[in-house]
Design a protein around this ligand. Structure first.
Ligand code: SF4
Ligand code: SF4
Length: 175
């Protein structure tokens, strides 16, 4: 490239808008197929650790005791391999950049135990649960009375079909 051409380009760029933007205050439209950041669908994760074992840069950590899944986003190279190995298909690539940060620490996601989630749900419905036995208690004597009266009716019908002497004996035995 000749000195004249180079000088012309340099001079021309003085009057053009810069190609760069002041990220994160400004962003550019994201191109098609951009690899942004890994996301997890936490309720479906079973903490199997396949993603941790398969990650090429060791940026995923799965802690079964603490029930956490974490990723070091500054170490992830967005290769997407962890997405393909997850047996529950709970990892995906969000095509947006992760938020800008000034500290280097992993993103930690708490994986809620499904049983724990059910207990929490049950604790939020104490009134309905408490009401159930009361209603049941009130319904029980009525059901017993109906049953007894049905049995009495059947017995009376049977006694009516018996020989009068036998019927008397049965009545005596029942009284
Ligand atoms: S995208 Fe690649 S580097 Fe990033 S967490 Fe998944 S396997 Fe690791
Ligand atoms: S592979 Fe999937 S299910 Fe297993 S720990 Fe990773 S995200 Fe969870």
């Amino acid at each position: 490239m000749g000195a004249f051409k180079l000088g012309k380009m340099t001079f021309g760029s003085l009057f053009k808008e810069p190609e760069t933007v002041k990220y994160p205050f400004e962003t550019k439209p994201q191109p098609m197929g951009l690899k942004g950041h890994i996301e997890i669908d936490a309720p479906n994760c079973i903490l199997c650790g396949m993603c941790e074992r398969s990650c090429a840069t060791n940026c995923i950590a799965v802690d079964k005791q603490e029930r956490t899944w974490s990723i070091d986003r500054l170490q992830c190279v967005q290769c997407g391999y962890c997405i393909t190995v997850c047996p529950k298909k709970c990892l995906s690539m969000n095509p947006n950049y992760a938020p800008a940060t000034t500290v280097h620490e992993p993103d930690v996601v708490k994986i809620t135990d499904k049983e724990e989630a059910n207990v929490e749900k049950a604790e939020n419905e104490p009134i309905e649960k408490a009401a159930e036995p009361q209603e049941q208690k009130a319904a029980e004597p009525a059901a017993e009375e109906a049953k007894a009266s049905a049995i009495d009716g059947q017995l009376a019908a049977l006694i009516g079909l018996m020989d009068p002497d036998k019927a008397e004996k049965v009545k005596d035995a029942l009284s």
